[in-house]
Design a protein around this ligand. Structure first.
Ligand code: FE
Ligand code: FE
Ligand code: ZN
Length: 279
């Protein structure tokens, strides 16, 4: 079964997102935990969460995905930015407990010239400061395009982070198709090889979600500009091979394509469902 949804605005609450997902035949979605540029999180309304959980169960939703704000940088050279980043993640994870058993995705960070080793050490430090043994959320590291000094454009970097945290059983990976292609992994012509490499370096059991995006730029461009499905360098055929791949049937897919309307996402979901060939 194809589990698919898209990024939605969280401004009207969880129930509203659930209803939007239903309108476009999605059974999951992604949302920002707070303004993507940072700032204060919206207050959790317990009746809104309860109504959403009921809707999700009635319509057999799969897991949903929270996305941390872009301003989070666990490996900034500035200690006050690192503290801000840590506080945001700690608060986000507490709030995620209202939706137990779901996923929280974040960009590992940009080491801004401190070097990969320092960057990775600081990311591990943040994770160890905010995670706790009873948390019910799995934290996902997003694969990055390798823009600037981004950490996480190589599978080995993600592996080093997972190996460094005290609670690795609560860690997973979200693979962004635009990002990995921009990072130089050829998921268009060598998907099997890339998945084999992912499995060897990280382990496919860590792969929980896929951000399904086409890319405006060629492989290895390190750019990170998302394109609509079928309108970029990956192309519809390659994207359909991804959703149909036998090793990717346990993950859920989230569209982060540059759509202005819910209907735009609805059309992409319909297109992808039409090229899904498993039951
Ligand atoms: Fe992201
Ligand atoms: Fe993404
Ligand atoms: Zn991106």
């Amino acid at each position: 079964m194809l589990h698919i949804g898209c990024h939605l605005s969280a401004s009207k609450g969880y129930l509203a997102m659930g209803k939007d997902a239903l309108k476009i035949h999605a059974d999951t979605f992604q949302f920002f935990t707070r303004n993507p540029r940072g700032g204060k999180a919206k207050e959790i309304k317990e009746n809104d969460v309860a109504a959403f959980l009921q809707l999700a169960e009635a319509h057999q939703f799969t897991s949903i995905l929270a996305h941390a704000p872009y301003t989070m940088n666990a490996c900034s050279a500035d200690a006050s930015v690192r503290q801000f980043s840590r506080d945001m993640m700690a608060d986000d994870l507490q709030r995620m407990e209202y939706l137990p058993g779901n996923f929280y995705n974040f960009h590992p960070g940009s080491h801004v010239g401190q070097g990969m080793d320092t960057g990775i050490a600081q990311i591990i430090e943040q994770l160890n400061a905010v995670m706790w043994p009873e948390q019910r959320t799995t934290i996902l590291l997003e694969t990055m395009a390798g823009k600037g000094s981004e950490v996480g454009s190589r599978f080995a970097e993600l592996r080093r982070i997972i190996d460094g945290v005290a609670l690795p059983e609560k860690m997973g990976v979200c693979l962004d198709t635009c990002h990995v292609y921009d990072a130089g992994y050829d998921i268009v012509d060598h998907l099997d090889d890339v998945l084999a490499e992912f499995d060897a370096v990280i382990g496919l059991e860590r792969l929980k979600a896929i951000h399904l995006n086409d890319s405006m730029n060629p492989m290895n461009s390190h750019k990170d500009r998302h394109a609509k499905i079928g309108q970029g360098s990956l192309g519809l055929e390659a994207i359909c091979r991804i959703i149909n791949h036998p090793q990717l049937q346990q993950v859920f897919f989230i569209l982060e394509t540059p759509q202005d309307t819910l209907d735009g996402y609805g059309e992409e979901i319909a297109l992808l469902r039409s090229c899904y060939q498993r039951d």
